[in-house]
Design a binder for this molecule. Structure first.
Ligand SMILES: Cc1ncc(COP(=O)(O)O)c(C=O)c1O
Length: 442
């Protein structure tokens, strides 16, 4: 597979030209020398017709979709997807309404606020990071709704490694002429498993993948994929949708990283991935037999239910960090480790040893507070655009949340802008270490 962006940058560096163009570092530095702007021949991300278009075509060939680069993460692709759903609704003379799994990333909420999209939530038990949505849940909602939504929006895999039944939900959506959008930020690699579990192959109309989360790509690299059989207006407007929210100076380092990832994926990645997933599955089995308990079914994550082994998430994280293994995420109940085939056999063997050496303690029976869906006082847009004040959470009962209160990771809101904070929300905020909220000023 060719890498037209990387080749262009290398040739430009070799020429040693005096750079009378942006960026201001003028190419001085080992990383900086590859950092360009839209000079002649370098193409332009949102009007691509040259090397970027060729590279995106390569990516599209690998993913079997209309694929568009984002140099601003899945966050940009999520805003673009919602805008495209809005355009789709407008083309039918409707206002966009989205039925979304409640464990949506905060970017979804900010997109809803920016676009004024109507949103209804699907809830599904478990941690606020998960939301068990099944084909049946969606079918039931459709049967009882006065009108069908423009789109269903699911986050799968979620932060804890749970994967939704995308194929089943896609079938229901397609039968009813509703779009299925998937936040697949954690699942770019799913395409390359022996049997693809990528949302586009399972019937989603659009999805975002953060290349940087699971593929060897720089932070910020992501894709917006539009299924080949999705309404044509979605792919036709995808570039404009990304441009609406994106910077006019997308990083060429990130574009080159996406370009290089194509070559990596086209070579022996599938074989490496299959072998690694097998090794990880064996490790999980052995750890389970040793007493560990896990959540989620995503093949490249280990999500420990730490309390079942007698530890808080923070305690297990501290132990692992002390042994030079840095986890992706932990909260009081879970610890998440993210793997890729770049983790060596030696590192895997050491991790196994370290985990088996941790003594099992008595199970901790303290559960997270139950979170009921807060009442909605206003649309997220109105809340986000209102005058607000920051208050300690104890003083927020009865007040309307303005800015989404959430740390990153996991960046999944416990309450959404426009919702009324009640006692149960405050309990949850405290449990997850959130001490202050931005609320609408009264
Ligand atoms: C589920 C989920 N969706 C979307 C995003 C945003 O992705 P990005 O960081 O690529 O903008 C994240 C980031 O952590 C995420 O966890």
């Amino acid at each position: 597979m060719n890498t037209p962006i990387c080749e262009f940058l290398e040739n430009y560096v070799q020429k040693g030209a005096t750079r009378l163009h942006m960026p201001g570092h003028k190419g001085i530095g080992e990383t900086e020398k590859y950092d360009l702007t839209e000079i002649d021949g370098a193409d332009s991300l949102y009007e691509a017709s040259g090397i970027i278009a060729q590279s995106e075509k390569n990516a599209g060939g690998l993913f079997g979709a209309h694929t568009f680069y984002s140099a601003e993460g899945s966050s940009l692709a999520i805003r673009a997807m919602l805008y495209l759903a809005t355009l789709h609704a407008a083309s039918r003379g409707e206002k966009a309404r989205v039925l979304a799994g409640r464990n949506a990333h905060k970017t979804f909420v900010s997109a809803v606020a920016l676009l004024g999209t109507e949103v209804e939530w699907l809830t599904g038990g478990g941690s606020y990071l998960s939301c068990r949505v099944t084909a049946e849940t969606v079918r039931e909602y459709f049967e009882n709704a006065q009108s069908l939504p423009t789109a269903v929006y699911l986050t799968s895999p979620d932060y804890l490694g749970n994967m939704a039944d995308i194929a089943g939900v896609a079938r229901v959506c397609r039968e009813n002429g509703v779009l299925l959008l998937v936040d697949n930020a954690h699942g770019a690699y799913l395409k390359f498993l022996p049997e693809s579990m990528h949302p586009i192959d399972l019937g989603a109309h659009m999805c975002c993948d953060s290349a940087h989360k699971t593929l060897p790509a720089l932070t910020g690299c992501a894709y917006l994929h539009v299924a080949k059989d999705a309404p044509q207006m979605l792919s036709e407007n995808a570039k404009n949708a990304l441009a609406l929210f994106g910077s006019t100076s997308p990083s060429y380092l990130l574009l080159a990283s996406l370009d290089a990832a194509n070559k990596y994926l086209a070579e022996n990645y599938r074989e490496k991935l299959a072998a690694f997933v097998g090794r990880l599955e064996l490790l999980k089995k052995e750890l389970r037999a040793h007493g560990y308990a896990f959540s989620g079914n995503e093949p490249l994550k280990l999500t420990f239910n730490t309390k079942a082994y007698g530890y808080l998430g923070a305690e297990m994280a501290e132990y692992l960090t002390g042994q030079n293994f840095v986890p992706e995420f932990y909260d009081p109940d879970f610890l998440v480790l993210m793997f890729t085939p770049e983790i060596s056999e030696g590192e895997m063997a050491r991790l196994r040893k370290v985990l088996l050496a941790l003594p099992k303690r008595t199970e901790i029976f303290v559960f997270p507070p139950r979170l009921s869906l807060p009442e909605r006082a206003m649309h997220p847009r109105e809340a986000v655009l209102s005058a607000c004040e920051k208050l300690p959470v104890e003083k927020c009962v009865g007040k309307t949340l303005a800015a989404v209160t959430v740390g990153c990771p996991p960046a999944v809101p416990i309450a959404v802008s426009g919702e009324v904070i009640d006692e149960s929300t405050v309990k949850c905020f405290k449990y997850y270490g959130i001490s202050h909220c931005n609320v609408v000023k009264e």
